[in-house]
Design a protein around this ligand. Sequence first.
Ligand code: FAD
Length: 274
Amino acid sequence: MTTLSFEFFPTKTDEGTEKLLKVRDELAEFNPEFFSVTYGAGGSTRDRTYAIVKSLQERGIAAAPHLSCVGDSTADLRDLLNEYKELGIKRIVALRGDLPSGSGLAGSELRYANELVEFIRKETGDHFTLEVAAYPEMHPQATNFERDLQNFANKVKAGADSAITQYFFNADSYFHFVERTQAMGIDIPIIPGIMPITNYSKLARFSDSCGAEIPRWIRKQLEAYGDNSDSIVKFGEEVITDMCRRLLDGGAPGLHFYTLNQSQSSLAVWKNLV
Ligand code: FAD
């Protein structure tokens, strides 16, 4: 069975939340397994993430909060885990997080995601299904691919049930990563994270910082479209649909869409696939 999930970020205003819940309703038509909500490292969106998670959970399809460990105390993390348990939350995306540049990890009680997974398991046993992050093109701070794979294996060993990848535009990087993990005896589902293409300059900036490569032929085509956003969106939907089809045909167990709080492109791609 192919699983489907959608990711949101917490909104800042009531108006934004109202819009987001409309987006949620449009996406709910496809009966996703869960909606996840990002978390600002160090607790910067703690209350807003909680509020959106609560609204989503109350609307009937499971919500999965992201939770990161850098810059948060274990006491705060414990409180939040208990609050989520009370809300009926059953799934968490467990991450290290990225503090603003220059902050470093020195003051953090938990410094890497495997330590957070271990902490959640110690505190809450098997209550939560735990998702962790995976990087088919290597995490940008990793010293090399082998180390990064080993660090990924440590998160699985600590108790992760499933993984969601950083986005990529090259299906082969995903297949290569999955093969390498399988060769290490890792058999948890690894769900491709899918980033719709809707705005070239924002995508280029973000991709630089998170280490996702935009292939030259995609970059050149997007550059050629300039400000023609209709053409960018149309081209993006075609490229992403083709990649998703390859991923699913090649055995990917599902898709997780980084929606950027918009429904149009994720929906268009999913409709092309089903
Ligand atoms: P880790 O698995 O801890 O890895 C981080 C780096 O440290 C890697 O380079 C790894 O190789 C290395 N490493 C791991 N263990 C060790 C060790 N013991 N010693 C030395 N090096 C080690 N960020 C947010 O702030 N909020 C979010 O909501 C959020 N959601 C995300 C969702 C997904 C699906 C993905 C893919 C990423 C998300 N991120 C989010 C970004 C993520 O927090 C960053 O990529 C962060 O830099 C790494 O997080 P991680 O959980 O992969 O960390």
